[in-house]
Design a protein around this ligand. Structure first.
Ligand code: ADP
Length: 160
């Protein structure tokens, strides 16, 4: 049996923290599906297609990693793709409450899917897409927080 996990998120845009989590997940599972949520409520800076493309450009053809849009309920997607686990990153205690609620609700909706939390390298614990967007918007240097392709995408987006 193939062990497959889903790593869902907004990825608006993908950061080095996300990449760290993907790397760790790859060591635990045969296949990792990075699932990008539409997230209209969050009014993303990058469109769904742009976020998918940035992930594709960054991860290239990394073995055993698939990038897919996520529509509908996460647990339904997990069952449809025969995934047994959902991966989430935990940075700090502040992530915990929301993640705990989501994990237990997802378990209630679908008992066969387990949520697994992975902690990134310490230097990524203060990194989020939101803070990177804020720094970029104010003209700061984000090169050490995101993959090169994402830094480039910020430059063209903010030049518009
Ligand atoms: P969401 O909108 O679902 O929170 P994000 O793209 O912000 O989507 O995050 C997706 C997942 O990646 C979440 O579990 C989040 O906690 C995790 N994550 C984001 N940034 C980091 C980071 N720097 N280190 C570890 N995990 C992270």
């Amino acid at each position: 049996m193939i062990r497959r996990a889903i790593y869902p998120g907004s990825f608006d845009p993908v950061t080095n923290g996300h990449l760290d989590v993907i790397d760790r997940a790859r060591k635990l599972f045969d296949e990792v599906i990075v699932a990008v949520a539409h997230n209209d409520q969050k009014q993303p800076l990058f469109s769904l297609e742009e976020r998918l493309q940035l992930l594709r450009d960054t991860l290239g053809n990394l073995d055993h990693v698939e990038i897919a849009p996520l529509d509908g309920l996460l647990v339904d997607f997990a069952v449809a793709r025969q995934a047994t686990a959902v991966i989430r990153g935990l940075r700090a205690v502040s992530d915990f409450e929301f993640e705990f609620q989501m994990a237990l609700m997802n378990r209630k909706l679908e008992a066969t899917v387990e949520t697994i939390f992975l902690m990134p390298k310490e230097e990524y614990t203060y990194l989020s897409s939101r803070i990177v967007k804020e720094i970029a918007r104010l003209g700061g240097n984000i090169a050490e927080f995101v993959p090169p392709r994402v830094a480039e995408a910020f430059r063209s987006k903010l030049a518009k």
